[in-house]
Design a protein around this ligand. Structure first.
Ligand code: FES
Length: 156
């Protein structure tokens, strides 16, 4: 009789211990999955902008690029603006971000300059600084034309 009680107790103890071990292993796996950093996208990517047929001959045109960015569990949508312009038989792309403090420049057709609304900075059509305070030219981005779609792609 005493042997049966001890046998039952040890069986129950083993069941409870095994159950707790399984729960612990499951929780450990969940914590590991939650704490592991997501694989980050690195490197530069080609982004579609506009078709070559949309670029007017007489002025640059702004193109908005929307991209999703993931940082761990936090996801945001980032918008970048680039100016696409003809450059002889090819195209150039300039970032619309002022090199001074990051305001967005706009193309002014009257002066034929990129003007920054924040502190009066100005750039010529090729992105060179013509009025300070910007310390650097507008960032020039690599450009390619997709031969299948005729879309202009820039490397961000
Ligand atoms: Fe453009 Fe200051 S941010 S001139």
């Amino acid at each position: 009789m005493k042997f049966e009680v001890q046998d039952r107790r040890s069986f129950l103890a083993r069941v409870v211990t095994s159950g707790l071990a399984l729960i612990g292993a499951g929780l450990t796996a969940l914590v590991g999955i939650a704490a592991a950093p997501r694989a980050r996208k690195t490197g530069r990517r080609w982004q579609r902008t506009i078709s070559v047929f949309e670029v007017p001959p007489e002025r640059p045109i702004a193109a908005v690029i929307a991209e999703r960015q993931a940082d761990g569990w936090y996801e945001t949508r980032k918008q970048s603006v680039v100016f696409i312009d003809r450059d002889g038989d090819s195209y150039q792309a300039l970032s619309a971000t002022c090199s001074h403090l990051g305001c967005r420049v706009r193309w002014d057709a009257t002066s034929e300059l990129y003007l920054c609304p924040c502190h009066g900075g100005a750039y010529d059509r090729s992105g060179r600084v013509v009025a300070r305070p910007p310390p650097l030219p507008l960032q020039r981005l690599a450009v390619r034309v997709n031969p299948q779609t005729s879309d202009i792609e820039v490397e961000l």
